[in-house]
Design a protein around this ligand. Sequence first.
Ligand SMILES: Cc1ncc(C[n+]2csc(CCOP(=O)(O)OP(=O)(O)O)c2C)c(N)n1
Ligand SMILES: [Mg+2]
Length: 343
Amino acid sequence: MTKSNQPSNKPLKDTYLKTFEWMLYGRLFEDKIAALYRAGKIVGGVYLGRGQEAFSAALGAQLNQSKGDVFAGLIRDQAGRMAFGEPLIESARTYLGSVNGPMKGRDGNIHRGTPRSGMPAMISHLGSLVAVVNGMLIAKRYKGENHCVGGATIGDGGTSTGAFHEGLNQAAVEKLPLVIAVANNQYAYSTPECHQFACENLVDRAKGYGIAGYSIDGTDPMECVTAFDEAIKKARSGEGPQMVVGKMLRLAGHGEHDDARYIAEADKKDHYGRDCVEVAKTQVIQNDWLNESEIADLVKRIQLEIEEATSQAQSEPSPSPVTENWRPLASTHLIEGQNNWRE
Ligand SMILES: Cc1ncc(C[n+]2csc(CCOP(=O)(O)OP(=O)(O)O)c2C)c(N)n1
Ligand SMILES: [Mg+2]
């Protein structure tokens, strides 16, 4: 972290281990999904959060669904979604087009959501989700629910959109409890960061909005846990929006259809090219929180759960082209008196 923004509190072992576990879930589930995609079993696109699990899970794991918090993730946030509370089976059902999934088999990858449990469905138009989270937080404020925090993620490229600017400005003016997590993975598809922004560090923008900013190493899970701990606490206590900028490298293509040959070898060998999951394993061992065989057992247990969830989702039916009404999910029950929306 930059010195002026050094977090004052030490990460709790429990929070770290919870984050580590969700990082593993995210990584191992996406490895399986990528394999199924290459095997032709997934119809939609597949976009991985490889290399960003620490940043994503540290936010999702420290937001609290039962306190009314909100988590709005994007395409690199499998780990964060699971950490926030999305059941593994629902992720599997969405990718595999099961009619039993939250999107009833209509989505195919990452536009899933359960707004009433604090997770708005992802909007692909980058920056737009910030205003959605603002709206959810303003609604909670009107209802007197004053201690909820909204976490929203965005990539380096997404911070250049008008919607991002408008959303951040509104959050700042309204002093909303928004934690905006900017994952600077140095590329927006194939566009490198030197063609994205001219400021030295994206956190410099926080000053312009009049909000708090943190600049952290997104490949360091310990730093991710401590920074989001502090940012969430400050947002919850009424200090207004908090911008956490994490630097890392996207360790995959933009999607699994992209071989990312444009990423320079020098970037891969750089400090930020390291794998946060490997860093986390080293940190848990160094702290004597888990040993290698305990980590191996954890990996095995998670892999087994993933195999069960993906097998179950594959055994479930797709939506029927004949009997499915194909109306928007949010209005289907209003039109037909059915409660098709899960929440
Ligand atoms: C407003 C808008 N413009 C363009 C796109 C197309 N698009 C989808 S992902 C992407 C790259 C995003 O880069 P970044 O924000 O850095 O996120 P990353 O993919 O690196 O996680 C682009 C340009 C979009 N979805 N929305
Ligand atoms: Mg990017």
